[in-house]
Design a protein around this ligand. Structure first.
Ligand code: B12
Length: 247
């Protein structure tokens, strides 16, 4: 794909081979977990992971980054196979969302154990309009919570008016936008332009998600302050805020 450009977007430039598919090295629990979700065995997959969390054999950050995300991101298909694969994606996402909802007590436990000192910064996490891929944003929200930010997930497919209105009302310090499909960088760009036009003191803008990390995607026309990818990037931001070197 030649220089995907949010402004001069051409759908014909996109090839599935260009899509980044996440972590290369698989976690040792992945084989079992992938098999369970491919069998669509929600009960087995759920208790497999919950048991590992309960016994302390895996933590939330490791679970999200090295097991759940790569399990989904290893799915890669061509346009022609789409109809067959969408069903699987919905079923797998459902299983993973159930697991993530049940991770909340562990999220708070990890926050209180490792990052007790509050950051005193609020972050609103959204996906742009028409972006239905929700899991990256949900994981990022839990990562910010563990890092002891005041983090709120607003939604996937969030309309521009809703984003602008909630920023005016809630006045967050940061807005984090998770974009999976590069098509949605156009909506992201327009949303950020509107925020800068309509909000007196706009929040700092964090971009994340696979669309943002694709090598050939040109982001120069998008108004953002930083790109973050991993939990460690969020911890780096936390460190800078607590040291006073991030204004
Ligand atoms: C699940 C899935 C779906 C589900 C989503 C369900 C849901 N509610 O989320 C459904 C079935 C709805 C779906 C729909 C579609 N999908 Co889909 N989908 C996927 C799949 C299999 C997994 C994506 C995912 O959830 N990964 C897990 C998350 C957790 O990983 P992640 O996003 O990388 O997040 C990690 C990091 O990136 C980071 N992160 C993410 N965001 C942020 C933000 C910040 C601030 C930070 C710090 C970190 C961070 O944190 C996470 C943990 O490490 C991918 C496969 C792939 N290879 O990517 C295809 C994929 C993304 N989909 C694709 C396509 C084409 C579509 C559809 C267009 C298909 C169709 N015609 O319907 C639609 C588009 C819908 C839309 N308008 O958005 C393509 C995209 C290629 C392209 N052209 O862009 C892919 C790559 C599949 C393929 N063809 O190979 N999809």
């Amino acid at each position: 794909m030649e220089n995907f450009d949010a402004e001069n977007f051409n759908a014909e430039n996109f090839n599935v081979e260009d899509f980044q598919i996440g972590e290369k090295k698989m976690h040792p629990f992945c084989d079992d977990f992938i098999q369970q979700i491919q069998d669509e065995n929600k009960e087995k997959a759920f208790f497999y992971i919950m048991d590992k969390l309960k016994k302390g054999e895996v933590g939330v950050v490791e679970l999200y980054s090295q097991i759940l995300a790569p399990t989904l991101n290893q799915i890669i298909y061509r346009y022609e196979e789409q109809a067959l694969r969408i069903w699987e994606e919905h079923v797998y996402t459902g299983i993973i969302l159930t697991i993530m909802e049940n991770c909340y007590p562990y999220v708070l436990k990890e926050r209180d154990k490792d990052y007790k000192k509050k950051v005193n910064k609020s972050v609103m996490i959204i996906c742009p309009s028409k972006e239905y891929h929700i899991l990256g944003a949900r994981m990022a929200t839990d990562f910010f919570t563990i890092a002891n930010f005041n983090a709120t997930f607003v939604g996937n497919d969030t309309p521009q008016d809703v984003i602008v209105a909630s920023i005016k009302k809630k006045d967050p310090d940061y807005i984090a936008i998770s974009v999976t499909n590069p098509y949605h960088l156009v909506a992201t760009k327009r949303t950020l332009e509107r925020i800068h036009e309509e909000v007196d003191e706009p929040p700092k803008v964090i971009l994340g998600g696979n669309a943002v990390h694709m090598n050939k995607v040109n982001k120069k026309n998008i108004k953002y302050d930083m790109i973050l990818k991993t939990f460690d990037d969020i911890i780096e931001l936390r460190k800078k805020i607590l040291e006073g070197s991030e204004n």
